[in-house]
Design a protein around this ligand. Structure first.
Ligand SMILES: O=C(O)CCC(=O)C(=O)O
Length: 475
């Protein structure tokens, strides 16, 4: 549902270049206060900064992405200046590589849960979490609070609002992470859409395309970044045959790069994935300070090299004005382990504009937990005793991913608080567990119809007769 107004008059076109006014910390603090906020739309704020919202929106709708300058502060003393953000990103990266910050994207794992046993990382997760400062022993300028300020800043938030078609006040807080180059591995993500599986039928793909994405994601590069590849326009149309093939192609495994001059034949010099990239593949080349907003539904992939320094702020926002959309997005976000967001310290630390965005997100999470808890608890409890005996699965076989609902047994890989050592290499075999569940259900049906078989009931009754009765019990 679109609640953005003031998009009809086209002022001076401004796309992809730096406007005169740059982002400043706390620029959006006015949004949450007063009646004026209701009429000041993202579009008009963007226009005032020299952007052309109509042009931005049109490009985004047609192609599924836009690239913008001017989202960082131009004032060198601002914490949101490129130099400051680079310093903080370096610290966050270092503590992650040193093992002091466990929330990371692990080389070898494209998607959550990030449970691979690999010391190397391609991302620092949850950079707005105040615990990051504790891990970094940061005293003066807190790292998490600067990242919070960026996530709350204008024009970033206004552009997101414009593209989602939802007032800032009705947006939900989602993920904010830092994507970094692995320290010693080449690693790649295959072609994917975040919210449509590669193996969907044509009919299902068509249906999925009719549903809005209810959100947008962004990459803000702090260094030159050419890791992301997209096929413009694929966020709103059926895939071609070549795109279906690319979407289903398995990305090469992560490779430790220890010999200089080693030739990688999978990818060309220009980064092309030989024999797989479909026509119209576009490499997104960001200069430091540039931001790409893109639809999570666009067909995209990424390639990471240990030799190409990367520190790119990677986040997303959702539209909470529609119940179904917000719930759908919250379900996806849950996979990343977000229960830390419930922490009151985090809530208190946020800039004013983010507080309601967090509240609406947590409300979605609670609703999801309430609706999925009973079934997940019943089914997963029956399988839990067998977990340790099984191997090779990194998530609940019932498809329950992300933050477990209340009552769900503690399970490696589902609990973001579980230590990495706990989750490492402990996997479930889905087929074994489903077979055990099926046997359990068949046995229950048999007992309900026929009673407990004598061969089982008699020995139990004998043991019971031998147990002395409590002395104090009187009838
Ligand atoms: O590394 C990137 O820029 C893209 C990451 C990505 O594809 C994703 O998070 O879905």
């Amino acid at each position: 549902m679109s609640t953005c107004g003031a998009l009809t008059s086209v002022s001076s076109a401004f796309f992809g270049e730096k406007p005169g006014a740059a982002a400043e910390a706390g620029a959006l603090s006015c949004i949450s206060s007063g009646a004026a906020s209701a009429t000041v739309t993202a579009a008009s704020r963007l226009r005032a900064l020299g952007y052309d919202p109509d042009e931005l929106l049109q490009h985004y709708r047609d192609h599924g992405y836009i690239i913008l300058d001017g989202l960082l502060a131009s004032d060198t003393s601002s914490p949101l200046h490129l130099d400051s953000l680079r310093r903080l990103a370096d610290t966050a990266t270092q503590i992650t590589r040193d093992g002091k910050w466990p929330h990371r994207r692990i080389v070898g794992n494209a998607f959550p849960p990030f449970t691979q046993n690999n010391r190397d990382s391609w991302g620092v997760q949850h950079i707005m979490n105040p615990q990051l400062d504790t891990a970094a022993s940061a005293s003066a300028a807190s790292i998490s609070s600067v990242f919070q300020q960026f996530y709350a800043s204008s024009p970033l938030l206004d552009v997101a609002s414009l593209l989602i078609g939802c007032q800032v006040e009705a947006m939900q807080m989602e993920l904010f992470n830092l994507l970094v180059n692995p320290a010693s591995h080449r690693f790649a993500l295959g072609w994917h859409r975040d919210d449509i599986r590669p193996d969907v039928s044509e009919q299902e793909e068509e249906q999925r395309l009719e549903t809005p994405t209810y959100g947008v994601q962004f990459n803000t590069a702090l260094w030159d970044d050419d890791c992301l590849f997209i096929v413009p326009g694929t966020h709103r149309r059926m895939r071609t045959a070549a795109e279906v093939v690319a979407n289903n192609a398995k990305a090469p495994p992560a490779v430790q790069v220890d010999s200089e001059g080693e030739v990688d034949k999978t990818f060309g010099e220009d980064g092309a994935w030989n024999g797989v990239d479909p026509p119209n593949t576009m490499r997104v080349r960001l200069k430091p300070g540039q931001t790409a907003f893109y639809s999570q539904r666009i067909l995209h992939r990424a390639s990471y090299l240990p030799t190409a320094k990367r520190a790119t702020l990677h986040g997303c926002y959702g539209d909470a004005s529609s119940g179904t959309g917000a719930a759908e997005r919250a379900r996806n976000v849950l996979q990343h382990g977000v229960e830390w967001m419930r922490d009151a310290q985090f809530g208190d630390s946020l800039p004013p504009v983010l507080k309601p965005m967090r509240t609406v997100f947590l409300a979605q999470v609670s609703t999801l937990s309430r609706t999925s808890a009973p079934l997940a608890t019943l089914l997963c409890t029956t399988t839990f005793p067998f977990l340790k005996a099984s191997a090779k699965m990194s998530q609940c076989p019932l498809g329950f991913t992300g933050t477990p609902p209340p009552g769900h047994p503690k399970v490696a890989g589902l609990d973001a608080k579980a230590s990495e050592a706990d989750t490492r290499d402990r996997h479930w075999n889905p087929w074994l567990l489903l077979a055990i569940d099926a046997l359990f259900i068949l046995a229950a049906i048999y007992v309900a119809r026929n009673g407990v078989p004598r061969a089982i009931a008699d020995p139990i009754a004998n043991v019971w007769r031998k147990v002395p009765k409590p002395a104090a019990k009187t009838e």
